[in-house]
Design a protein around this ligand. Structure first.
Ligand code: 2AM
Length: 190
């Protein structure tokens, strides 16, 4: 079996900006900067024999390149505590368009449809523990955080290998978006 997801990694300069946020909470393991990404679709464990079908389906996705801006910090969680802390994405119709194209391609390849609403984000830390009392302060302090805009000219099929010390993400395939060869300012601004 192979664990797969489709995502947009962050350019290095944006990784650095996001990485600078990662301090000030107790007992959390921050995501390594090179692992920061925006998940378009978590596929999960599939038989290796399905990989070619998934790759074929994703390779025919046609969607325009665009620009994205990161904005604000928030958390997912419930009464049992915080599940993750993340950086948000500014309104981005082209990102949702790409996500829809990826979704239809995967369903055509036999992947069961996604049932959860798409809430794009970049995870900073995941935790199963009860929330740190300083979390509210952390979120408030970083609520005006912004990074970008940066160009999104491709998306990536990653495999994920779970280890004791965290997940190892490997880019398996990269798919270009249309118009990516245009000069950066000409890309559709979100
Ligand atoms: P997260 O960042 O919000 O944790 C690889 O695990 C990527 O797929 C992560 O970005 C993760 O989102 C996302 N993902 C979505 N659903 C998942 C699930 N059920 N299990 C693991 N990862 C999931």
């Amino acid at each position: 079996m192979i664990r797969l997801f489709v995502a947009i990694p962050l350019p290095e300069e944006i990784q650095d900006r996001v990485s600078a946020l990662c301090s000030g909470l107790a007992n959390v393991r921050w995501v390594d900067a090179e692992n920061f990404h925006i998940t378009l679709r978590f596929i999960g464990e599939v038989d290796e024999s399905r990989f070619e079908d998934i790759d074929m389906a994703l390779s025919v996705v046609r969607a325009p390149a665009f620009r994205l801006k990161l904005s604000g910090v928030d958390s997912f969680g419930n009464n049992n505590g915080v599940r993750s802390v993340w950086v948000g994405i500014e309104r981005a119709p082209a990102l949702f368009h790409l996500r829809d194209k990826v979704e239809s391609a995967l369903v055509r390849a036999g992947v069961p449809p996604e049932t959860q609403k798409f809430k794009p984000h970049v995870t900073l830390t995941r935790s199963r523990q009860r929330g740190d009392a300083r979390l509210g302060e952390f979120i408030a302090r970083n609520s005006l955080f912004q990074a970008g805009p940066f160009p999104v000219t491709e998306f990536t099929l990653f495999s994920s290998f779970l280890t004791q010390s965290g997940s190892i993400y490997t880019p398996e395939r990269v798919y270009p978006l249309e118009g990516a060869e245009q000069p950066y300012p000409a890309l559709q601004d979100e």
